[in-house]
Design a protein around this ligand. Sequence first.
Ligand code: GDP
Ligand code: MG
Length: 187
Amino acid sequence: GQRGKSSLPHARERTLIAVKPDGVQRRLIGQIIQRFEQRGFKLVGMKMLQVSVSEMNAFTMSVCNSSVTVDVSVVKVSEDLLSQHYSELRAKPFYPSLLYYMTSGPVVVMVWEGHNVVQTSRTMVGTTNPTEAQPGTVRGDFSTHVSRNVVHASDSLEGAKREIQLWFQGQELLNWDCCDQKSISEV
Ligand code: GDP
Ligand code: MG
């Protein structure tokens, strides 16, 4: 099936998790890392960066149902990291404001590894729109509006692979043995 083609054994599935700029500003990095550690996943890569802004531009976004033109240092979007990361969303009306949000400050990107980590981390993160996110999820505990939903999590095995390659060089990811691995999983 889908997993049979993966080069990683099942227990070594990996996903990309990012604390978005609002999560960093609100000092939530530690609490978010803690949730993945205590669940039993293994951190294999982490870095802090701010996606650079390369071109002065202006864009129009909708604020409280009216159009507002915002003059900001956004973004030669065509080739950069974020436009690849969010390539599926390019046609969405909120795409410019998404880029503005994601470049507004530092992000912390991480790669977490473990059994079924892609799907389980989506559950831990909660629905895209925090209005529907269950309490106990990151978004359900820390956010109220879809425009500031604190975290990113890859949504599929293929997406995770693509996003990990986009954000990390191979040598930035560490293969290391967790001393408690036999207590976490038999595989
Ligand atoms: P995710 O995989 O749960 O993060 O959701 P998507 O991949 O569908 O969207 C990516 C990100 O775009 C979301 O996490 C939000 O930050 C943002 N986003 C999605 N829908 C909206 C929207 O309707 N308005 C705004 N402002 N941002 C949105
Ligand atoms: Mg997504």
